[in-house]
Design a protein around this ligand. Structure first.
Ligand code: ARG
Ligand code: ZN
Length: 430
């Protein structure tokens, strides 16, 4: 009897329940002065809501996820300081449930065991990558970039149509460094599919003229966790600097992998607080996922053939150009900033043509928020790759991380348009 109780207890302790977001709402709030910023700081420090944007500044819109028990209090604090708010999502759990429903198969596209009518978990993605190698043995090779905290492999594919051309340039695509940004995963898998099956000459050229190294999920533990425990998880599942954090249901606080790289580490837009979504980790490259990206990128670039490093995130609709800790006035621009800016502007124009979706392009400090320790900045600095970009895919906050599955294919199509134009411009600029 005692023994049974003990096992039950252990079981309950390790299999924490999936977090429910019933009654949670997302509000958009824009502080118009320093006092309002302080007030929002207060709201955050007192845990009244989880900030979907972690950077607080005057005139910068914030989305805040507020649990039902705090809504009255939250609105009262805003009102007492005369801060306007707007309800963006009236019930997060129903938005989450909605997002899990596949679109009708009539309007869907699939290839082998995979489809773009819904979001898929890690197992499904990795199984598909193996199928690709089986079905395209001369072109596709699966590859492990490294191993995550929990022992998952960071699996990707190398797509190489002309192994005999040893001078070919290389593109690396990084998806899902942030766990909850599912549209980045879906878009990266779409790019793989297009490179292997499209008959569009522009896509064929892009696929075949380069050697591609594509990793749909570089944060596999975090991505798994968004399916099994908490849809809104962003970081990896590192037990680093364990502290008891309000919203954590087990012994892992996680590290923001896009703050863990050794380039201006922990200088801006990052924190040493393990409970924060912007926790930079105990030291630069403390996390195996970040080290895997570092080591793999350096190895692939040994002959200096890297031409693209593209990191896919969501949301915001932006092309973010290195470096992210600086402002233009500080003039520490990456060497070919003007080229990358021009390439991004043109790519944004091409993207807009299909459905009218508007993207902005610029330094993170201008289009998003200053940040430090990111992968694409680190890669730019250490390899001097001609084009290193972070793309924030759809949308601009209507659904945020919970982009409905009927937007997967439109997002993927317009993103591919942008990539084609990016490549055309990159070659034109030399
Ligand atoms: N993917 C973003 C990041 O790297 C989060 C974007 C959400 N916030 C926003 N303002 N677009 O932090
Ligand atoms: Zn992100």
């Amino acid at each position: 009897m005692k023994y049974i109780f003990f096992t039950l207890f252990i079981f309950a302790a390790v299999s924490a329940e999936k977090k429910s977001y019933d009654g949670y709402k997302v509000y958009e709030v824009t502080p118009r002065n320093e006092a309002a910023v302080n007030r929002l700081q207060y709201i955050r420090d007192n845990g009244l809501g989880e900030f979907w944007d972690d950077y607080l500044a005057v005139n910068l819109a914030l989305r805040i996820n507020v649990p039902p028990e705090n809504i009255n209090n939250f609105l009262r604090v805003l009102k007492s300081s005369d801060i306007q708010s707007q309800e963006l999502i009236s019930d997060i759990q129903s938005a989450i449930d909605q997002q899990m429903k596949p679109v009708s198969s009539r309007s869907s596209v699939s290839y082998l065991s995979y489809s773009w009518s819904e979001y898929h978990n890690l197992d499904r993605i990795y199984t598909w990558l193996d199928e690709l190698q089986e079905n395209h043995p001369d072109v596709v090779k699966t590859v492990d970039k490294g191993t995550s905290v929990l022992g998952n492999s960071i699996k990707g594919v190398i797509i190489n149509y002309h192994p005999e051309r040893s001078e070919k340039v290389i593109g690396i695509i990084e998806g899902t460094l942030h766990a909850r940004e599912w549209i980045s995963t879906a878009t990266v898998t779409w790019i793989i599919k297009e490179f292997l099956t499209s008959t569009d000459p522009a896509i064929r050229a892009l696929a075949e003229n380069l050697e591609w190294h594509i990793f749909p999920v570089v944060n596999p533990d975090g991505y798994n966790y968004t399916f099994t425990h908490n849809r809104m998880w962003r970081k990896n599942r590192s037990p680093a600097s364990f502290t008891s954090c309000p919203d954590n249901d087990d012994n892992s606080n996680g590290v923001d992998l896009n703050r863990n790289f050794d380039f201006y580490w922990m200088t801006v837009g990052a924190t040493s607080n393990p409970c924060s979504n912007l926790f930079a980790g105990p030291s630069p490259f403390s996390e195996p996922e970040a080290r895997a990206i570092r080591d793999y990128t350096l190895r692939v670039n040994q002959e200096g053939r890297l031409i693209y490093y593209l990191a896919f995130h969501s949301w915001g609709q932006m092309f973010v150009i290195p470096y992210s800790h600086v402002t233009p006035e500080q003039s520490l621009l990456s060497g070919n900033f003007p080229n990358m800016f021009e390439i991004s502007i043109r790519a944004a124009d091409a993207l807009k043509e299909r459905y009218g979706t508007e993207y902005t392009a610029g330094l993170s400090a201008n289009v998003l928020y200053p940040m430090s320790g990111t992968s694409f900045d680190w890669v730019k600095n250490v390899t001097n790759v001609p084009v290193s970009l972070l793309l924030e895919l759809r949308d601009r906050g209507t659904y945020g991380f919970l982009l409905p599955p009927n937007q997967i294919i439109p997002t993927a199509l317009e993103t591919m348009d942008a990539m084609i134009e990016m490549d055309r411009m990159t070659r034109a600029l030399g």
